[in-house]
Write a protein that binds this ligand. Structure first.
Ligand code: ZN
Length: 318
């Protein structure tokens, strides 16, 4: 038996920063619009190429994002970055497009129980509701991507069967969607499951672009990203300092921290176009501005490349 000495990994990965939506929406205390924009502008200096900057949900549902229009309008001055916003319904899509966003992300839950608690409708009903959004986006020349929340595990139903994912992806394809974000919203996926599910989806839908949206609730996000990369996935979402949660998933924490993901990738020689040092400095600023971080390893330990001065005397470690 012979052993391969290296693994199959992509040479380049594209990261979408989602803290301004996924992270901020989990913050109970109001973040002033200027602070949100300050963070978006800082993130724009790191080399990040795409950002999900807000969600056009009803302001009563998530008051933190009631300034969605203002955030989108004021972000327009930042060039060279692809911005997208999450839209839950046609009303939200109309608001988003009027504010000037060029890309919308649709949302639905893979399981009916999560869909009922999150959107007050069944998965199928959520998919039926996409028709007017897509029609509107087509008319206005705005791109639309799809997403599947709790794509691997639902906090109420457990593991999501692959047939369910196939059915949802087929429906997205029927709408002309070419990109779908697979969200492990509650951090229930494990690397083997991700490898298998993503492999099957890639086989079944070779023309679909899949993005991974991995929450680090149980510390498995980086391993799951690694498993997905081995299936050829190169698009990942992440959240600066690991900010985030899920209002309808008990105990859920944020997305994998952007600086932790970029660090892991850079240690493996995988290009992201993001400057890690700048990113870590931005993460420190974000922690300062928000008042806490979401469990970032980089903020705790720093990068591997930051070597320490060796002690002069031997340390007796028990
Ligand atoms: Zn999320």
């Amino acid at each position: 038996m012979s052993f391969s000495t290296d693994i199959k990994l992509p040479s380049k990965v594209v990261i979408c920063e989602v803290a301004p939506r996924d992270g901020f929406q989990a913050e109970k205390e109001w973040i002033p619009t200027e602070t949100k924009l300050e963070i978006i502008k800082k993130l724009a200096t790191t080399g990040i190429q795409s950002m999900e900057i807000t969600s056009f949900v009803h302001p009563r549902a998530i008051p933190q994002l009631k300034d969605a229009e203002e955030v989108v309008r004021q972000s327009q001055e930042l060039t060279g970055i692809k911005f997208r916003a999450l839209v839950p319904n046609a009303k939200g899509a109309q608001r988003a497009i009027d504010a000037g966003i060029k890309k919308l992300k649709l949302m639905l839950s893979a399981s009916d129980s999560h869909s009922l608690s999150n959107a007050n409708c069944l998965t199928k009903e959520a998919m039926d509701g996409f028709a007017p959004i897509i029609e509107l986006a087509d008319q206005r020349g705005v791109k639309v991507g799809g997403s599947i929340s709790v794509a691997f595990g639902c906090p109420y139903e457990g593991i999501v069967p692959i047939e369910r994912l196939n059915m949802i992806v087929e429906r997205y394809i029927a709408y002309g969607i070419e990109e779908i974000s697979l969200a492990d919203s509650t951090g229930m996926a494990n690397p083997r499951q991700v490898y298998n599910s993503v492999g099957q989806l890639r086989n079944n839908f070779p023309d679909m672009t899949f993005t991974m949206h991995l929450h680090n609730t149980r510390g498995m996000a980086i391993s799951n990203a690694f498993a997905a990369m081995q299936q050829g996935i190169i698009y990942f979402d992440s959240s600066i300092t690991g900010l985030g949660g899920c209002p309808y998933a008990p105990g859920a924490t944020g997305n994998v921290a952007t600086e932790d993901l970029v660090h892991t990738l850079s240690e493996m020689g995988i290009e992201t176009g993001i400057n890690l040092d700048t990113l870590i400095n931005v993460a420190k600023d974000v922690r300062q501005l928000i008042g806490h971080d979401g469990g970032s390893y980089m903020l705790q330990a720093g990068p591997c490349s930051q070597l320490h001065v060796a002690p002069k005397e031997q340390l007796k470690l028990g």
